[in-house]
Ligand binder design. Structure first.
Ligand SMILES: Cc1ncc(COP(=O)(O)O)c(C=O)c1O
Length: 404
């Protein structure tokens, strides 16, 4: 007889690299979740910017169910209709000519970095191998991507780190100018740093990176794993800035909760991924592609994208109202529905303390580093859920303030 799992089973059976909250949600609908005891929660976390249409959105459920009865998986020895449709949908909506499919953001970035190195070797020679990225950036957990990422704690303690990686300061073009040269193969950047604290790039910064890449024949890689697929109010954040990368990576919201990732690029660069150079067993999986296609077609509409901008304003207004009463935040920032509230100096390091207090009030939220409370809800979260979620957040913050 199988027993109902409990939170202590996590400690007993799962590797200790996470420390999940005590509640175990068992069901979700829209922006609400229910745990094993039937307690209801409002979801401002969105599976860390993944559940782009909330939980069990009928458009995604129907796409999954329809594909589940037809075909799940073939490997890359064969292609399949959903993968071809998804690739076409991405190409038609972006700067890209070609798509490499995979199952996560880290995998998409790994592909981007390998492609950049390969392209540079083929077109310019072995010397052009330097990759510039930024401190506090996050690009995934494969060994290459943690090394390119700007948080050394994630790459230390695993033996020798891959070479040829340099870190500049985000939003500081001079720090990039000091590192860039003709040996630069690529610059990898998030248009808005997510894990690093919800820090949007300035217009001049991204434009400057584009110019430096052009001058030094280096590739500009935008990691849009967190910012992409409607999250910032455009299909991709590069469209907001009007700065076009050479390679773009996408995941998270792309699958709306189904694991899928994609790397997009132009023909002249894609050519360096000749047969056999790279691959992924699950890349272009038929179920994943069918769900991602449904997500993208639903999200890339004026109704949803304008709705994201409108909801951004609502989130901001509520957070400012909370702050006028309690004075816990120093700054509220972000784009679309990726929003960060930086803690005021007297609450430094306490963003994480809000999470269990919010759970007690029936709200799921996130942090981005020790000082930033982060929200990445469904792109179609109902206004009533925003109101109610903010009322719960205010109670959690009142408790934090009372404890201080
Ligand atoms: C900007 C960015 N890149 C890459 C990743 C890694 O994605 P995944 O966890 O799907 O490998 C993340 C995850 O948080 C991210 O925010």
């Amino acid at each position: 007889m199988s027993q109902t799992p409990t939170r202590s089973d996590f400690d007993r059976y799962m590797t200790p690299n996470y420390s999940p909250q005590q509640v175990i949600p068992v069901r979700g609908e829209g922006s609400r979740l229910w745990d094993q005891q039937g307690r209801e929660f409002i979801d401002f976390a969105g599976g860390i910017a993944v559940n782009s249409l909330g939980h069990c959105h009928p458009v995604l459920v129907n796409a999954l169910k329809a594909q589940a009865d037809k075909l799940w998986h073939l490997s890359n020895v064969y292609t399949n209709e959903p993968a071809l449709k998804l690739a076409r949908a991405l190409v038609e909506r972006t700067f890209a000519d070609k798509v490499f499919m995979c199952s996560s953001g880290g995998e998409a970035n790994e592909a981007a970095l390998k492609l950049a190195r390969r392209w540079a070797v083929e077109h310019h020679g072995e010397h052009k191998d330097k990759i510039i990225s930024f401190s506090h950036s996050f690009h995934g957990r494969t060994f290459f991507t943690v090394s390119v990422g700007g948080q050394p704690k994630y790459s230390q303690g695993f033996g020798p780190v891959p070479g040829g990686i340099l870190h500049a300061t985000y939003n500081d073009l001079d720090s990039v100018r000091a590192l860039v040269g003709d040996d630069t193969c690529a610059i990898m950047v998030e248009p808005m740093q997510g894990e690093g604290g919800i820090v949007p790039a300035t217009q001049e910064f991204l434009q400057g990176l584009r110019e430096l890449c052009d001058r030094h024949q280096a590739l500009l890689i935008f990691d849009e794993v967190q910012t992409g697929v409607g999250r910032c109010g455009h299909l991709y954040a590069y469209q907001h800035y009007g700065v076009t990368p050479d390679i773009l990576t996408s995941a998270k919201s792309l699958g709306g909760g189904f694991p899928v990732g994609a790397m997009l690029t132009r023909d002249a660069i894609a050519d360096s991924l000749a047969v056999g150079t790279h691959g992924s067993t699950y890349g272009g999986n038929a179920l994943a592609s069918a769900v991602a296609l449904a997500a993208i077609e639903h999200i890339d509409t004026p109704e949803v994208l304008e709705g994201v901008k409108k909801r951004h304003e609502l989130f901001r207004e509520h957070l400012e109202t909370i702050n006028r009463k309690h004075g816990v935040f120093q700054e509220i920032r972000g784009m679309g529905l990726l929003i960060g509230a930086q803690m005021a100096p007297q609450y430094a390091g306490q963003a994480k303390d809000i999470l269990p207090l919010a759970i007690d009030e029936g709200l799921m939220a996130l942090i981005a580093g020790p000082n930033v409370l982060r929200m990445a809800p469904s792109l179609v979260i109902p206004e009533a859920d925003i109101e109610e979620g903010m009322a719960r957040l205010e109670r959690a913050i009142a408790t934090l303030v009372a404890k201080a």
